[in-house]
Design a protein around this ligand. Structure first.
Ligand code: 13P
Length: 252
C-alpha cells in the first residue's frame, strides 16, 4: 500500500518567528499523531524561508517543499526560482499549477507541464494541481477540465509520469470552507486514476491528494476514500493542532 502524504501549503503566510513555532509544534506532536504508522509529511513554504525551514526540519521526518518552480533552467527571468536552486536547499517536493498561480499569474497547462518537467529532472517531485472552478462544475465540465490539465503534464513528461504527485483541488473549495464531499472528491480521483493508468503501467505508485478546505473535522472521511492518498492543506496547515489531527487521520 502507498504511504499517505500530507502536505501543508503555507501560501504567503509566515515569518521567521511564526515558522519556528509552527515547525516545532508539529515536530513535538508528530510521533504521537503517527503512532506506529508512517505518513509522509511535507511543508511547502514561501521561497524566502526555504533556508530557515530546511534547518528547522532537519532530522524531524518532515520534508521540505516549495510552492512553485520556474519553467526555465536559468537566466534572465527576474523573480523566478529554478529547480536547481530549490535542490540546493534539499527541497523534495514542488507544488506546480496551483489554481492561485493559474488564476492570478495566468499560468497555462503547458507552462505547468514544463514546471513539472524541470522539477523532475532536478530530482524534485512535482505536486501537480488540477481542479475546476464553480462555473465549470455547474456547466458539467469538471471531468474535461481536470483531464485536460493532467493530459498536458502527461504529454510533456512521458514515462516519468509515475514519479509525480497529483493534487485535485476544486477551486470552489479552496479557502471557502466548502469542501467537496468525499463522494464528489472520490469520483474525480477515480477519473484521474484511470487517466494515469492509461499513461503508465506504474500508475498505482502515483499519489492523488485532495485539497480544498480539508480540516481536522473532515480529513478522516476524505482520506478513507479508495483513491484519496493524502491531502494538500492550506489554512489548517498553519495551526499545529489541526495539522496534527489531519496527519493522525492519515495514519489510521
Ligand atoms: P485551504 O485548505 O485553505 O482551502 O487551501 C487549499 C489549498 O489551496 C492547498 O494548496
Amino acid at each position: 500500500m502507498k504511504q499517505k502524504l500530507i502536505a501543508g501549503n503555507w501560501k504567503m503566510n509566515g515569518s521567521l518567528i511564526a515558522n519556528a513555532a509552527l515547525v516545532h509544534g508539529v515536530q513535538q506532536g508528530l510521533a504521537s499523531a503517527l503512532g506506529a504508522k508512517r505518513v509522509q509529511v511535507v511543508v511547502c513554504v514561501p521561497a524566502v524561508y526555504l533556508s530557515q525551514v530546511q534547518q528547522l526540519v532537519q532530522g524531524s521526518g518532515i520534508d521540505l517543499g516549495s510552492q512553485d518552480v520556474s519553467a526555465h533552467e536559468q537566466g534572465a527571468f527576474t523573480g523566478e526560482v529554478s529547480a536547481a536552486m530549490l535542490k540546493d536547499f534539499a527541497v523534495r517536493y514542488a507544488i506546480v499549477g496551483h489554481s492561485e498561480r493559474r488564476q492570478c499569474h495566468g499560468e497555462t497547462d503547458e507552462q505547468v507541464a514544463l514546471k513539472a518537467q524541470h522539477a523532475l529532472s532536478a530530482g524534485i517531485t512535482p505536486i501537480v494541481c488540477v481542479g475546476e472552478t464553480l462555473a465549470e462544475r455547474e456547466a458539467g465540465k469538471t471531468e474535461d477540465v481536470v483531464k485536460r490539465q493532467l493530459a498536458a503534464v502527461i504529454h510533456t513528461n512521458g514515462h516519468c509520469i509515475s514519479e509525480i504527485v497529483v493534487a485535485y483541488e476544486p477551486v470552489w473549495a479552496i479557502g471557502t470552507g466548502q469542501t467537496a464531499s468525499p463522494t464528489q472528491a472520490q469520483a474525480v480521483h477515480a477519473v484521474l486514476r484511470s487517466q494515469l493508468k492509461a499513461a503508465t503501467e506504474h500508475s498505482d505508485r502515483v499519489r492523488i491528494l485532495y485539497g480544498g478546505s480539508m480540516n481536522a473535522a473532515n480529513a478522516a472521511e476524505l482520506l478513507s476514500q479508495p483513491d484519496i492518498d493524502g491531502g494538500l492543506i492550506g489554512g489548517a496547515a498553519l495551526k499545529v493542532a489541526d495539522f496534527l489531527t489531519i496527519i493522525s487521520a492519515a495514519a489510521r
